[in-house]
Design a protein around this ligand. Sequence first.
Ligand SMILES: [Ca+2]
Ligand SMILES: [Ca+2]
Length: 271
Amino acid sequence: MRFKLLSVPACAATLALACIGQAHAAGPFAPAAGKPGSTAISKDSASFVQWATGWENYLPGTNVDAQWKTPEKALGKAQGTSTDIVVLGDAGRITLTFGGSIYNGAGADFAVFENSFSDTFLELAFVEVSSNGVDFFRFPSYSFTPAPVGGFGNIDPTNIDGLAGKYRQGFGTPFDLDALAGTAGLDVDNVRFVRIVDIIGRGQEFDSYPASAGGPHAIYDPYPTTGSGGFDLEAVGVIHFAPVPEPQTWALMGVGLLALGAMQRRRRRAA
Ligand SMILES: [Ca+2]
Ligand SMILES: [Ca+2]
């Protein structure tokens, strides 16, 4: 389950049962894939009806070797492997498109797949969405990891919410557009762009934890990493999808209609 913002500071009280139930968990959020209460969604889930079909504005950050800079690897179904990825690098980013719109149905609307080989070596990224391709809006996120973790460090997924990279390869981190409902400039029933923004993770990016409760928190993830530094994007799967014809499809249809009209005019003249 996904904890609401107001529930977070109340972990000791209203969530006491949940906390006791996860005696070894450090944080209040959903645990690793396969554990009770996890929000991870398998790449093979029937809930996925579409995968990313296009990309734009791939802007890799530092610490990425050339072999990992193939943005097409983020398209199509998640493979659950370590190598079917485009690497964002430190502070890198990419925008994905879907041949239609993601809409805000019940529960999670899409999920982001990373290639982590374990439940705790987690490289994180912000997730942003846009209806018009210009104005992007970031999902609220929470990071309770208390201190920097080093290049081969581990973080506990129960300390992470609202960030891509929470789960190991083969399992998507879900995002529910409901979290952004009412945002001026965003139509949550017509999201056509998803942008993934790497978090460097040495403490200069911050979560959405409210100042009134002592936030925001610095976000930590394994740093430094090299070669395939930063977020490794494998796929984005869509759960609530409305296909719309791409501009080139409309153009083809227009050409077809014109040709049809010309044929009919020729037939009428011949008759
Ligand atoms: Ca939703
Ligand atoms: Ca990072």
